[in-house]
Design a protein around this ligand. Structure first.
Ligand SMILES: [Zn+2]
Ligand SMILES: [Zn+2]
Length: 154
């Protein structure tokens, strides 16, 4: 899907697409999990009079129209990603930073559960699930339970 598709759809929906909005969209589309500062740094070369507040406003607008979603990883600033055509989430290893994308359907049982038990409609867009990857789990086990591993080997 190229970026002229997005532009055409947005115009059809009656949105005004300024060159700045298009530029921010393009930067987020091509990057991966950029912070607002990183988006600003990429845009300011071509739009020298743009400021960080405009970047934040534009990112908010792109979220409102469903093209971009923020990723709150728990630490550090929000990072933004192009998400048109399907929601996804991230597994993030807190030890080594390893990341893996997972499909939204993995969370559908949780959403159904929350709706059923709490009458709560969960809006889960672009979640970061913290944890420990398989490599780091093994390393952790070896440090904390070396004896068990020793026994396994025998
Ligand atoms: Zn993502
Ligand atoms: Zn790891």
């Amino acid at each position: 899907m190229d970026h002229s598709d997005d532009a055409a759809i947005l115009r059809k929906q009656g949105h005004r697409l300024t060159p700045q909005r298009l530029m921010v969209l393009e930067v987020v589309r091509q990057g991966k999990h950029l912070t607002a500062e990183e988006v600003y740094a990429a845009v300011v070369g071509q739009h020298p009079y743009i400021n960080i507040a405009t970047i934040y406003r534009t990112l908010q607008w792109l979220q409102d129209v469903g093209l971009v979603a923020p990723l709150a990883s728990g630490t550090g600033p929000l990072r933004y990603e192009y998400v048109r055509g399907g929601t996804h989430h991230h597994l993030i290893c807190q030890d080594c930073g390893y990341e893996e994308e997972i499909d939204d359907d993995l969370l559908s049982a949780l959403k159904a559960h929350l709706q059923e038990r709490y009458a709560f409609s969960a809006q889960l867009h672009h979640l970061a699930i913290p944890g420990r990857c398989s490599t780091c789990q093994r390393a952790f086990e070896e440090v904390h339970h070396p004896q068990e591993h020793h026994n396994e080997l025998n």
